[in-house]
Design a protein around this ligand. Structure first.
Ligand code: SF4
Ligand code: SF4
Length: 82
């Protein structure tokens, strides 16, 4: 999963760019749901939130390091939910 840091300016451009609906407005800044962020694996070559964010405040989440295989498995689980 990726994680939004405190430099977020709440501009809202990342939320609609996420293919997994993983981003929402939190209490202070926008937040990424680690259960839904596949780092865009299976959808795009690059994480779309990182591509659109104007202040580069999105980094890998140190609490949720994942392999490519784990991200693909998460994608498969999300697609079953739909
Ligand atoms: Fe959504 Fe992709 Fe950003 Fe994860 S990396 S929050 S899946 S846009
Ligand atoms: Fe925050 Fe960047 Fe998302 Fe804008 S695009 S809400 S600055 S994380």
């Amino acid at each position: 999963s990726l994680k939004i840091n405190e430099l977020c300016v709440n501009c809202d451009v990342c939320e609609p760019a996420c293919p997994n609906d993983a981003i929402s407005q939190g209490e202070v800044i926008y937040v990424i749901d680690p259960a839904r962020c596949t780092q865009c694996v299976g959808h795009f070559d690059e994480p779309q939130c990182v591509v659109v964010c104007p202040v580069e405040c999105i980094d890998p989440d140190p609490d949720f390091p994942e392999t490519h295989g784990q991200l693909l498995a998460k994608l498969a689980r999300l697609q079953k939910e739909q």
